[in-house]
Design a protein around this ligand. Structure first.
Ligand code: DP6
Length: 341
């Protein structure tokens, strides 16, 4: 089963006549229980479920139209992107699965409100917004589940960027991945806050795709990971239902550290933390010992995401003056306008 087969199955009987232009937006997301490891690399089918929080106004806008040229025209944050850049190649390779005819090209204009240097991945929101824009351009009217499956083909974590709030990606078991999609939880939590601490904006040496492939292949502790994720997911859902920030923070921090332990035990080892990362973690632990209800999570990079509630916000800002804070469930008025990058 290839991504093209999955796309053909989902789009069977749907139209291929584009309207003039389509616009879409999708939020970035940060996993509280992580996705690390695939059972199928071509379809981005994960070994385990994962659970994230969407970041409201931090995400990707996509404007999509039929192109006029012989190749896709791709723009990022107002700048034309060379076709040979990794961004354009990844976007065009994804669009290849959706062209109604081989000579059909796209004009794709993406604008990120996730500061690309903030350590929040923009690929998840980018692929999710692109799928929404394709759905609107061709008038497919696909249900959210099918849109999540299509976004997953671009990047696994993009499956979770189709919805707001807490989102769970169900790993599924079917070889074609038709049961591997993400869906939102009912819960809301207006006081919840997520903060981005940018410690290093340089590109990471080993990306998630290659990193998780290596962990599955070489880390002998990987076999413990699915049971750990199952336990963490159960505890996380209980914490969310109770709006218990200490329980949520404890699970998220522990799950991130367990993932980083797997990474470190991978051969060759993957160590994403920098000295600045460790300094920040120790500052968080010291503040917590002094009574500040503050936890963290980290992805495949050196930057740290802070987890807290509104009650702790002024103290968190005092501790980390450069932090960028998002209120995932608050009204747009309560979130500062995102910085463009
Ligand atoms: C550490 O979704 O970027 O952020 O499926 O290969 O595109 P691909 O990987 P990607 O991996 C994200 C890994 C993570 C954890 C997470 O977001 O759950």
């Amino acid at each position: 089963m290839t991504p093209r087969d999955v796309v053909a199955r989902i789009l069977a009987g749907r139209g291929s006549t584009p309207r003039a232009v389509a616009n879409a937006y999708a939020p970035a997301n940060i996993a509280l229980v992580k996705y690390w490891g695939k059972r199928d690399e071509a379809l981005n089918l994960p070994v385990t479920n994962s659970l994230s929080i969407s970041l409201g106004p931090l995400g990707s806008h996509v404007e999509l139209a039929r192109g006029a040229g012989a190749a896709d025209a791709i723009w990022l944050n107002g700048e034309p992107i060379p076709a040979e850049s990794s961004f354009a190649r990844r976007a065009s390779a994804f669009l290849d699965w959706f062209r109604p005819a081989p000579d059909f090209t796209f004009d794709l204009r993406a604008r990120n409100t996730v500061p690309t240097a903030a350590g929040f991945a923009s690929s998840a929101s980018g692929f999710a917004a692109l799928v929404k824009a394709l759905n609107a351009l061709f008038g497919w009217d696909l249900p959210p589940r099918e849109q999540s499956i299509l976004a997953r083909l671009g990047s696994g974590s993009a499956a979770r960027s189709l919805a707001d709030g807490f989102v769970e990606w169900h790993a599924g078991a079917a070889p074609d991945g038709m049961d591997s999609f993400a869906a939102p939880l009912e819960a809301t939590w207006p006081e919840l806050r997520v903060g981005a601490l940018v410690l290093c904006a340089a590109e990471k040496p080993v990306g998630s795709r290659e990193g998780m492939r290596r962990s599955v292949a070489t880390c002998e502790f990987y076999r413990e990971w699915p049971a750990r994720v199952a336990r963490d997911l159960a505890e996380l859902k209980t914490a969310i239902a109770a709006r218990d920030i200490a329980a949520l923070g404890t699970v998220a921090e522990g799950n991130a550290l367990a993932m980083h332990a797997l990474m470190a035990a991978t051969r060759p080892p993957l160590v994403y933390a920098l000295p600045e990362t460790m300094t920040a973690l120790h500052a968080i632990w010291a503040a917590r010992r002094d009574g500040l209800p503050l936890w963290f999570t980290m992805d495949a990079g050196p930057n740290v995401k802070l987890i807290f509630t509104r009650a702790a916000e002024s103290q968190v800002r005092a501790l980390f003056p450069a932090v960028q804070v998002v209120a995932p469930f608050a009204s747009p008025a309560e979130n500062p306008p995102p910085a463009h990058s």
